[in-house]
Write a new protein. Sequence first.
Lengths: 113, 115
Amino acid sequence: GQQLNQSPQSMFIQEGEDVSMNCTSSSIFNTWLWYKQDPGEGPVLLIALYKAGELTSNGRLTAQFGITRKDSFLNISASIPSDVGIYFCAGQGYSGGYQKVTFGTGTKLQVIP
Amino acid sequence: NAGVTQTPKFRILKIGQSMTLQCTQDMNHNYMYWYRQDPGMGLKLIYYSVGAGITDKGEVPNGYNVSRSTTEDFPLRLELAAPSQTSVYFCASSGLSEDLQETQYFGPGTRLLVL
């Protein structure tokens, strides 16, 4: 099955630094989603993007839906220890009559206090 | 709303045993999904449902079965458990968010170990 190319796979950053991660795909999506997963928990939706070129913020998080509809990035500003977790991008679009969601492989974020 | 709930949280099975993973949502969503997540990997779709009485296969359906008799419930059945089914299973549902966009919500997951 198709998966999105998400990078970086993992990163260690100092508390207070900004973080950037991105996803690229060979397919066009109608929606881009960014999730965060804490250990032992299910993914929690952070930001949803519905239009090409859209730039959306949620507190310290900012995400953009690429103009080509094949990529998206997520920025976290002024990182804090609770930002630790795995971040997944997901592309959503209709396929075979249903809303198919394709997930990236995740970016593992470690924040050093 | 409780959102998406899953039971059990954790289960150990012997090879060849069967079990049902339960999933319930109280958001009146039409779409429901079952994913599995292997260590260090993203989520792979097992089965999905677009409404009560309608189910279809995802990317990795072999070894699993589902049913959708009500809008709220979407159980996943393993008939003959195999070690390759050791994974974390997530149920999700999707429906319109406050801004009338289709958004997917996940349950907390069921960790399954097959020995």
